[in-house]
Design a protein around this ligand. Structure first.
Ligand code: T1G
Length: 702
């Protein structure tokens, strides 16, 4: 009778097991069957109580995101279904195993009672999708745990651990383990019946607004809205919780629906849903499927104990994997290990690690000055100086000493991985693993496949990347791979605009107003103008055609003004304070005169268009060359690695929102407006022209 529900009777209990792989997403069929099973149990006089659980699966990951814009509201729509369940005349126990997220937690809250297993996670990720809970979450949660805790939970988007859910009153009990959850839920249901418990107990915070200080929501918005820059959903979620504090439940549920539909109609939801599925697509590479055997990785070696090497090593120690860290000199090695310990101690101070975990992880990290200690490593990652000669020496040595089948990885950010692979007799075992600094924090990992990289090496790197909590994105070999290659023209326009009349502060403000974490010029001050200068070395010769190319940055480099690290770069730094530097403005004027550039007032729109259109154009070119497999991969690189606003979906999704024809017209307009400079740089990618000619609104190669 049911295909996605396991319905069974245990004497006076009806057990409703959700079983829609892989995460019990509440798609139409599951909703229909859940409604039918609920009605069957409700109308069966032998049934006195119901238990809802995830049968061999997580309890429920929420509404089926793939259905939005489709069957999401086909009857029984989730909000209406949960109102029906909440009106049950018989006690219902939700047995939460694994996770209850979004609509899944709303389902659990529509049941009168909740029992969880100790490792379960309960939360509302909707805000990360540009949404808000839309099936009673904003109305029931405040009544269960109080308005402030509810607001924090909904706006955080991060799940609560079961212990915390118990403390807050979101869960009533904890089972001893996941294996015992269903038995414990059945026992709990019987206890309720024994005690004559009501089907729907009174809410602990029946009037959640009573305990709030005056003007709570106004003050909360004033305090937090800076963090919400440009995002719609947090404001809608706050409004929904405010309604919960002021209106009866049925009024609040109706208002929540209106606010949810407003969020769902927003471009921000489209953008965040795009990233949600892009993230799951990123791990799928043609030619790699689950049957491909991976290379066993039991021991990792990292060469270089500097900032990058130390951060890289931490990723593996964090998952319990032994790491040997190689340096050339004892003091460098000791310094590196000391820095790692310091990083862990900071996490411990913040309560993210126990002291025991710090010691466990440090015990996994062995230092050495001897390459011979790398001989039995299954994976070696070099994070040495960004020089091809240094990389050559490292890989020639690794080729000599590493065991057959070991994966040899370079952390280079711009050098040619194929050239590095060719230093060895085993290019099939060589791959790029481009971590982003700080390597133990940043999620993005560019996995750079050389032309000879073996499929099993690539597959192993992708799986390991996920295991260490990274978001691996595959890139082909080219200058700067995906991220840094796109950064080059984006930042080039910012630097050129300085000569044409814009100021660093204006340029950075336009970009942060769009939603980027940092303006590109202050980003270079953070990373180091010297780093930028060195990274551009391979390009400089090829680009001698444009004497204005990053000219002001090169002057600052020559003056030793590297940015934050020297207290002066595009800006002057006094501690954390950043100030405009009049000498930079004067330098820009002088250089413009030398270069014959007519300075003028530059509009914010021009800054936006020139920087973003060049970023987008390069991304489309990368896609066309096959360096990136999908537009979504490119969007992930820039939202996860470069602070591009997630609610715009990444540069290429954003291009679709702007209109590809608008982007192409803008590029052509600036090519005409900017004379020789425009001719040099504002060349539209052929794929962009093809997409526009075909009337396409989104970017894909197929
Ligand atoms: N809808 C549709 N598909 C989903 C899904 C969902 N909610 N969650 C996961 N999947 C698919 C995913 O695309 C992938 O598919 C597979 O399941 C495994 O996922 C009304 C409006 C649950 C923590 O935001 O956070 O409820 O690639 O690779 O790493 O108020 O998936 O195998 O074909 O991520 O173990 C709210 C989103 C929805 C949860 C599991 N819920 N999902 O992580 O596996 S909106 C969410 C996740 C809502 C209500 C509102 C994670 C996970 P494929 P995976 P995982």
């Amino acid at each position: 009778m049911y295909t996605l529900i396991d319905y069974s009777l245990d004497n006076e209990l009806a057990l409703i097991g959700l079983s829609r792989a892989p995460v019990n997403a509440l798609g139409l069929t599951l909703r229909q069957e859940l409604q039918a099973a609920f009605r069957q149990a409700s109308s069966d006089p032998a049934v006195k109580a119901l238990v809802v659980y995830g049968r061999g699966l997580p309890f429920c990951a929420g509404a089926d995101i793939a259905e939005f814009g489709g069957a999401a509201f086909d009857a029984p729509a989730l909000p209406q279904l949960l109102i029906e369940l909440a009106g049950s005349s018989k006690p219902m126990v939700a047995a939460i195993g694994g996770l209850a997220l979004g609509g899944g937690l709303e389902l659990a809250m529509a049941c009168g009672y909740r029992i969880s297993e100790p490792k379960a996670r309960l939360g509302f990720p909707e805000i990360t999708l540009g949404l808000l809970p839309g099936a009673g979450g904003t109305q029931r949660l405040p009544r269960l745990i109080g308005a402030e805790a509810a607001l924090e939970t909904i706006l955080a988007g991060q799940p609560l651990h079961a212990e915390r859910a118990l403390e807050l009153g979101l869960a009533d009990h904890l089972a001893d383990s996941a294996d015992e959850l269903l038995d414990a839920a059945r026992a709990y249901a019987r206890e309720l019946l024994q005690a004559g418990a009501p089907a729907q107990p009174a809410y602990p915070h029946a009037e959640p607004g009573v305990a709030l200080p005056d003007n709570f929501f106004v003050d909360y918005t004033a305090k937090k809205s800076g963090q919400w820059k440009g995002q719609l959903a947090p404001h809608l979620a706050l409004e929904a919780v405010r309604i919960a504090c002021e209106q009866p439940l049925d009024v609040g549920l109706a208002r929540e629906q209106e606010l949810f539909l407003e969020a769902m109609d927003s471009p921000q939801f489209q953008a965040l849903r795009h990233l949600f599925f892009a993230e799951r697509e990123a791990g799928k590479v043609p030619g790699i499927d689950a049957s491909l055997p991976l290379r066993p990785i039991g021991k990792v070696a990292v060469i270089g104990a500097g900032t990058m090497g130390g951060g890289i090593a931490m990723n593996f120690a964090n998952i319990g994997m032994p790491v040997v860290l190689l340096e050339q000199k004892r003091e460098a090695l000791d310094r590196g290990l000391a820095q790692i310990r310091k990083n862990y101690e900071i996490s411990a101070k913040r309560g993210k690690l126990t002291q025991e975990q710090v010691e466990q992880r440090m015990a996994l990290l062995a230092g050495t000055l001897d390459y011979a200690d790398l001989a039995d490593a299954d994976l070696v990652i070099e994070a040495v100086f960004e020089s091809m000669e240094v990389k050559r020496q490292v890989f020639v040595t690794l080729d000599e000493i590493c065991k057959p089948g070991a994966i040899l990885a370079t952390n280079t950010s711009t050098l040619d991985v194929d050239q590095i692979a060719a230093f060895t007799r085993r290019p099939q075992d060589v791959i790029g693993l481009h971590f982003f600094s700080p390597a133990n924090v940043m999620r993005l990992l560019e996995v750079v496949r050389g032309k000879e990289t073996a499929l099993d090496v690539l597959a192993t790197a992708l799986k390991l990347g996920k295991q260490i909590g990274k978001l691996p994105v595959v890139s082909g070999v080219c200058y700067g791979f995906i991220g840094n290659r796109m950064l080059e023209p984006y930042a080039r326009e910012a630097h050129r605009l300085l000569l044409e009349g814009a100021t660093p502060a204006q340029i950075d403000r336009v970009l942060t107003d769009l939603g980027l974490n940092m303006g590109v010029l202050s980003m270079y001050d953070l990373v180091g103008i010297d780093v930028g200068y060195l990274i551009r070395t391979p390009l400089r010769e090829a680009l001698a055609c444009d004497p204005s190319y990053y000219r002001l940055a090169d002057e600052l480099y020559a003056l030793g003004r590297y940015g934050q690290k020297t207290g002066r770069g595009m800006y002057i730094y006094e501690g954390r304070e950043r100030h405009d530097d009049p000498e930079v403005l004067a330098m820009a004027e002088r250089l413009a005169a030398e270069l014959g550039i007519q300075r003028r007032v530059i509009s914010d729109q021009e800054i936006h268009d020139r920087c973003l259109f060049m970023l987008i154009n390069e991304g489309i070119q990368i896609l066309d060359e096959g360096i990136a497999l999908r537009a979504g991969d490119i969007d992930l690189v820039w939202t996860c690695g470069y602070g591009f606003p997630t609610w715009l979906g990444g540069p290429l999704h954003y291009a679709g929102q702007l209109g590809l024809d608008h982007v192409l017209a803008g590029i052509n307009q600036y090519r005409a407006l900017l004379g020789a400079y425009g001719e040099q740089w504002f060349k539209p990618a052929a794929l962009l022209e093809q997409l526009v000619a075909a009337g396409k609104t989104r970017i894909s190669k197929d």
